[in-house]
Design a binder for this molecule. Structure first.
Ligand code: NAD
Ligand code: UDP
Length: 313
């Protein structure tokens, strides 16, 4: 099949391209490098089934080759990135999503939106099911991302309803693995980087807030399965293995053999208190469950970051 991957040069997008090519598909990657990096795609450049367009999807795009599936991952994703690019984040969630839906419509293609567990905000339902409408602060610092994704979901549903398009919405929970940006401020690269450098591990608040971390190859598998499904309503993709941030810091310390102490820092505004996906729907509809145990995913991620440090990235 012919896939277009918007946001191809990012963390998840680059793994997605790699897996699609390994499965024998043709991939056109699109990215404007606002938060992605050329080096994430360097190893794919020699593949004859891979091509790339540097393009900001906030501007309309046309593709001359056939397109069967459009996968929309284009958006700043880490809090640090969307705090730096709030307007670009709102723009890509709205105009960018619409342009990619138009691309899919022009080709009679399927279209999947990479949405987020942030649609649930600071949730008062736990674990989060897809039918929970969320608790989002529409004017807080995270709103540029949360509301962009909520709009993106709404515009996707409007295209589905108005034009009968085959669309999907993945609500992605915290994902980790090799090729996360070392300086994107997320807890996984921050704490691993600090542990490897012998620096204090920065834990925000008292560290009792929870997250559930999904290894990137599991997420990619779920995204592909969902993109080929007929389910238009949101589907959670994440690993239900929940832990506190403090437990995560301890796991990093143990896995790296680091002696670093924990340093407590202020909790950012509107930081969600807890997050765990209910994945019953993905299990039932897609036959999908995460397969990579946390300890193994953490080892692989640490090995990658160690390698990056060794070459001075
Ligand atoms: P990332 O920042 O590594 O990748 C996003 C990519 O999109 C980057 O390469 C960036 O340059 C590109 N991009 C942004 N705006 C663009 C535009 N206007 N035109 C073209 N390209 C553009 O982030 P990621 O972690 O790989 O996330 C990928 C997607 O998954 C995002 O949509 C994100 O919201 C979603 N998501 C990720 C997570 C996670 O834990 N990583 C969780 C929930 C949702
Ligand atoms: N966090 C932390 N130390 C850090 C970075 C993040 O304690 O150096 C916390 C953050 O406050 C949040 C959790 O870790 O509670 C996950 O943050 P991240 O930015 O990775 O993703 P989020 O789930 O907030 O989008």
């Amino acid at each position: 099949m012919h896939f277009v991957v918007a946001g191809a040069a990012g963390f998840v997008g680059s793994h997605l391209c790699e897996r699609l090519l390994a499965d024998g598909h043709t991939v056109l990657g699109v990215d404007n490098f606002i938060t992605g990096a050329e080096r994430n795609l360097a190893h794919l450049r020699g593949n004859v089934r891979f091509s790339f367009q540097e393009h900001d999807v906030c501007r309309p795009l046309t593709v001359d080759e056939p397109v069967d599936v459009v996968l929309n991952l284009a958006s700043p994703a880490s809090p640090k990135d969307y705090f730096e690019y709030p307007l670009e984040t709102l723009d890509v969630g709205s105009n960018g999503t619409r342009n990619l839906l138009e691309l899919a419509r022009a080709h009679g293609a399927r279209s999947l939106l990479a949405s987020t567990s942030e649609c649930y905000g600071d949730p008062d339902v736990h674990p989060q099911r897809e039918d929970y409408w969320g608790n989002v602060n529409p004017v807080g610092p995270r709103s540029c991302y949360d509301e962009a994704k909520r709009f993106a979901e709404a515009v996707t549903m409007a295209y589905h309803r108005k034009y009968g398009m085959t669309t999907q919405i993945a609500r992605i929970f915290n994902t980790y693995g090799p090729r996360m940006k070392l300086d994107d401020g997320r807890v996984v690269p921050n704490l691993i980087g600090q542990a490897l450098k012998g620096q204090p591990l920065t834990v925000y608040g008292d560290g009792s807030q929870t997250r559930s971390f999904c290894y990137v190859s599991d997420l990619v598998d779920g995204l592909i399965r969902l993109s080929l499904s007929g389910e238009p309503y949101p589907v959670n993709l994440g690993n239900p293995h929940e832990m506190t941030v403090l437990e995560f810091a301890e796991a990093v310390r143990a896995a790296t053999g680091s002696q670093s102490a924990v340093e407590f820092k202020p909790l950012p505004t509107d930081d969600p208190r807890r997050r765990r996906p209910d994945i019953t729907k993905a299990q039932r509809l897609l036959g999908w469950s995460p397969a990579v145990p946390f300890a193994e995913g953490l080892e692989r991620t640490i090995a990658h970051i160690r390698g990056q440090h060794a070459v001075g990235v």
